[in-house]
Design a protein around this ligand. Structure first.
Ligand SMILES: Cc1cc2nc3c(=O)[nH]c(=O)nc-3n(C[C@H](O)[C@H](O)[C@H](O)COP(=O)(O)OP(=O)(O)OC[C@H]3O[C@@H](n4cnc5c(N)ncnc54)[C@H](O)[C@@H]3O)c2cc1C
Length: 508
C-alpha cells in the first residue's frame, strides 16, 4: 500500500477543511470516514422529496470576503457553493414578548434599546465594550505564547479581564432588568450553555460575527461538504467512505499511519483526527501511549448538551405562524430555570428553523420544511427510543404555547435523539458542540491541535477554536498550517482571516 503524507480520520467539516487545504498544499492526503457518506453533522439526509440538514441551520462569515468563501476559493471549488444571507438574525419568543434581532450591530442595539428603555444607557455601554473586545481580539496574534503575554495584555486588556467571565457576570454589570439580559442572551442555545455558564468571550465573538449576517448554502450544507471532498480528490487525494479507523499506528511513539476496518493499514507521515478525543486517544491510540495527564484532562472535561431534533413539514404559512428562518422559543424569562429543567430531561433552549424560507429547493414547490431543536443532556445509551414520541410531543406543546397553531401544523417526518447524533458522528453522548462552552473549556482551554503524541493532530469542535461550522472550518485551517509546516512545507496553507479564536496562553 502506497503511503500518504497525511491521513485524516473523519470527514466532518473540521476534517475536510484540513484535508482540502493539505491536498491543495501539495501533500498526498487520505480522508477515512466510517459512514457511507461524508460530512458528520453536516451530512444531509433525504426523506422522499425533502432534504434535511440534520444539525446545521446557518453559518457565519460566509459573505463576500468571509472565511468560508476564501477557503473554498483557495482549494479551487468556490463555484460549487452559493451562500444566501438571512434577512433576520433571529426572532425570539418569550412569554409576553416577541422581538426580532436584525443584522448589523447598530440595528441590534437600537431594537433592544427600544424594547428595554430603562436599560438604554447600559445597553449602549455594553455594546461599546463588546465591540472593543472584538477589536482587541482581532488585534492579537492568532497564537499568544508566554513570551508575548505582556504585550498581549497591553493590547487587549478587556479580553484578559473577561477571559474567565460568564455572560451573566458581564450582563449583570451593565443591565438592571433581568429581562433585558435574558433577551440579549437569546443565542445561548447555539452555544449550549445558559448565561451563568457560557463563556462571555465566545458569546461575544459569535454575536459580533452574527451581526455581519447569517448564511445558508443553497442546496444544504452537503454542498460545502461535497465541495471540500471534491477539492481533496481533485488535488490528488482520496476520500475513503465506509472506512472506519480502528487504530492509529505508532512507530517509536510517533503516529505513522491508520488502520481501517478490515485490517488495511494506511501509512502516513502525520495523522489528523476529526473524531471525538475520547475515541481518538482511548480507542484509536490507547491510553497507555498517551500518558496519564492527558487521560486525566480529558476525563475532567464536561460535555455540551445533546439534542432532540424534530424534522417535519409545516402545513401552514410560516409567516402566518410568525416564524422566520430561525426562531427561539423560551417558555420562561429565566434561562437558568430552563437549564435546570433541561438537566432533568425536559428539552430546553428550543429553536425552530424553516430552512425553505432561505432555500425553497429543499422541498417541492410551496412546501415548507421545519426543524425543531431542543437541548437535552448528552447521554447516548440507547434509551431514547422508548421516550422519543413523548419527548417530541412535549417539545411541540412547549412551542405551541408561544406559537399557537404550530403543533397542529407540524407533521413529523423524522426524529433524532442523542442516540441518533451519536450514530452520525461517534461523539460522546451525542454532544452537539463537543465540550461544553464554559470559560474553562473554551479556545485554548480546549485540546490543542498538536497532541502529546508526535505526528498526531486534532481538528474540529473538540479542539481549539471549538464549536460551530465556522469554527471547525477555521480549526481545520490552523491544523493544516501546522501539519504542512511539520512535514516540510511551511507557508503553503495561507491565513484566510476569520474571527479571532481567543487563543490565549494558559496563564495571564
Ligand atoms: C442539533 C445541532 C444543531 C447545530 N446547529 C448549528 C448551526 O446552526 N450552525 C453551526 O455553525 N453549527 C451548528 N451545530 C454545530 C456543528 O454542527 C458542529 O460544531 C460541527 O459540525 C462539528 O464538526 P466536526 O468536523 O468537528 O465534527 P463532526 O461533524 O462530528 O464529524 C466527525 C466525523 O468523524 C467521523 N469519525 C468518528 N470516528 C471515526 C473513525 N473511527 N473512523 C472514521 N471516521 C470517524 C464521524 O463519522 C464524523 O463524520 C449544530 C450541532 C447540532 C448537533
Amino acid at each position: 500500500m502506497t503511503g500518504y503524507d497525511v491521513v485524516v480520520i473523519g470527514s466532518g467539516l473540521g476534517g475536510l477543511s484540513a484535508a482540502a487545504l493539505l491536498a491543495r498544499a501539495g501533500l498526498h492526503v487520505a480522508v477515512v470516514e466510517r459512514n457511507e457518506h461524508p460530512g458528520g453533522y453536516a451530512q444531509v439526509f433525504r426523506r422522499g422529496e425533502y432534504v434535511f440538514d440534520p444539525a446545521i441551520h446557518f453559518t457565519l462569515d460566509a459573505g463576500p470576503g468571509g472565511f468560508t468563501p476564501k477557503l473554498l476559493e483557495h482549494v479551487g471549488v468556490a463555484d460549487r457553493v452559493r451562500f444566501v444571507a438571512s434577512e433576520h438574525t433571529y426572532r425570539s419568543f418569550f412569554p409576553d414578548l416577541t422581538f426580532d434581532a436584525m443584522p448589523g450591530r447598530d440595528a441590534f442595539l437600537r431594537s433592544h434599546q427600544e424594547l428595554f428603555p430603562a436599560d438604554s444607557d447600559g445597553l449602549a455601554r455594553l455594546f461599546e465594550m463588546r465591540q472593543a473586545i472584538f477589536a482587541q481580539l482581532a488585534a492579537l496574534p492568532q497564537k499568544v505564547g508566554p513570551d508575548g503575554l505582556e504585550a498581549a495584555m497591553a493590547t487587549a486588556p478587556l479580553v484578559f479581564r473577561h477571559r474567565m467571565s460568564s455572560v451573566e457576570d458581564v450582563l449583570k454589570e451593565y443591565l438592571r432588568d433581568s429581562r433585558t439580559a435574558a433577551a440579549v442572551a437569546s443565542i445561548w442555545p447555539y452555544v449550549g450553555s445558559p448565561p451563568s455558564r457560557m463563556s462571555f468571550l465566545l458569546f461575544n465573538q459569535m454575536l459580533e460575527t452574527m451581526h455581519a449576517g447569517c448564511y445558508y448554502p443553497l442546496g444544504s450544507f452537503q454542498t460545502v461538504v461535497d465541495a471540500l471532498a471534491a477539492a481533496v480528490v481533485e488535488n490528488g487525494g482520496d476520500v475513503l467512505l465506509g472506512a472506519a479507523a480502528t487504530k492509529i499506528v505508532l512507530r517509536e511513539g510517533r503516529a505513522a499511519g491508520v488502520e481501517v476496518a478490515g485490517g488495511t493499514v494506511l501509512p502516513a507521515r502525520a495523522v489528523v483526527s476529526n473524531a471525538d478525543p475520547q475515541h481518538t486517544f482511548g480507542e484509536l491510540v490507547g491510553w497507555d501511549a498517551t500518558g496519564p495527564s492527558l487521560r486525566r484532562r480529558i476525563g475532567r472535561y464536561k460535555l455540551s448538551p445533546s439534542a432532540v431534533v424534530l424534522y417535519g413539514v409545516l402545513n401552514a404559512d410560516p409567516d402566518a405562524l410568525g416564524l422566520v428562518h430561525e426562531s427561539f422559543v423560551f417558555p420562561s424569562w429565566d434561562h437558568e430555570r430552563t437549564w435546570s429543567e433541561l438537566q432533568a430531561g425536559r428539552p430546553g433552549g428550543i429553536w425552530v428553523s424553516v430552512p425553505t424560507l432561505l432555500d425553497p429547493s429543499l422541498a417541492p414547490p410551496g412546501v415548507h420544511l421545519c426543524v425543531v431543536t431542543g437541548l437535552v443532556p448528552a447521554r447516548a445509551d440507547g434509551s431514547w427510543r422508548a421516550v422519543r414520541d413523548d419527548v417530541a410531543d412535549r417539545m411541540l406543546r412547549d412551542v405551541d404555547a408561544l406559537i399557537p397553531g404550530l403543533r397542529d401544523a407540524f407533521e413529523i417526518v423524522e426524529v433524532a435523539t442523542p442516540d441518533t447524533l451519536h450514530r452520525y458522528t461517534n461523539s460522546s453522548g451525542g454532544a452537539t458542540y463537543g465540550w461544553e462552552n464554559i470559560p474553562a473549556q473554551t479556545a485554548s482551554k480546549r485540546l490543542a491541535h498538536r497532541t502529546p503524541v508526535d505526528g498526531l493532530f486534532l481538528s474540529g469542535q473538540w479542539a481549539e477554536e471549538g464549536t460551530s461550522s465556522l469554527r471547525v472550518l477555521t480549526s481545520g485551517r490552523a491544523t493544516a498550517a501546522m501539519v504542512a509546516a511539520d512535514l516540510g512545507s511551511p507557508g503553503t496553507v495561507p491565513d484566510l482571516g476569520g474571527p479571532s479564536f481567543l487563543n490565549l496562553p494558559a496563564r495571564g
